[in-house]
Design a protein. Structure first.
Length: 196
């Protein structure tokens, strides 16, 4: 397990697209996701599990998701713009963008948080490497980094219909803190974990 490099981002983007099929970001394509993960390498937290040059899995986190989204749009506006042109005439797309941008505020209110806490954004392990310790090791690396930075707790948001993900977070010591609806009819669970 190690901090990701910019060169890891295309593999990370492919893992995201292929194994987080229900998320809005997956629909934006590998080029968009590569730009997003390159931003996370430079400004947030991104760890990879690696075997030689192959990325077996990854975990990403933001210290303040609301700030991260705004900064990403500001810093990557011109590279991202051509990738989103195909959605220019889709009101549904812009509705989802708006909902996604405001989801951190809704999560904070739903979990009764009086301040922003770091968020586990995504964790993926390639199918051939599931069932071992890769996911646990990635989570441990993230938690060590958050503790070292002085954060006493962090959160993760998981779609309520993602049974496996919800079981994983509960098994790893997260507690259910609330629910929210980011997109119409799509309920997500908000989990918190104490790092003390």
């Amino acid at each position: 397990i190690q901090s990701a490099t910019l060169d890891d981002c295309p593999q990370v983007a492919l893992l995201h697209r292929d194994h987080i099929g229900t998320g809005f970001l997956s629909s934006l394509g590998v080029k968009f996701l590569t730009l997003l993960y390159r931003y996370l390498v430079d400004h947030e937290i991104l760890f990879v599990a690696r075997n030689g040059d192959e990325v077996l899995g990854f975990i990403s986190s933001s210290l303040d998701t609301s700030v991260m989204m705004k900064q990403f749009v500001r810093k990557k506006f011109f590279p991202v713009l051509p990738l989103l042109i195909r959605f220019a005439f889709s009101p549904a797309f812009f509705k989802k963008v708006f909902e996604t941008l405001f989801s951190p505020k809704k999560a904070k209110e739903s979990a009764s948080l009086d301040h922003a806490v770091p968020e586990l954004l995504s964790i993926v392990v390639a199918p051939d490497h599931r069932g071992g310790s890769v996911a646990h090791d990635l989570l441990s690396a993230l938690e060590d980094a958050l503790r070292a930075a002085g954060h006493p707790t962090y959160k993760v948001i998981a779609g309520a219909e993602l049974t496996g993900a919800n079981k994983f977070y509960l098994k790893q010591g997260f507690t259910l803190a609330g629910t929210l609806e980011v997109h119409d009819g799509e309920v997500s669970n908000i989990y918190l974990k104490d790092l003390g």
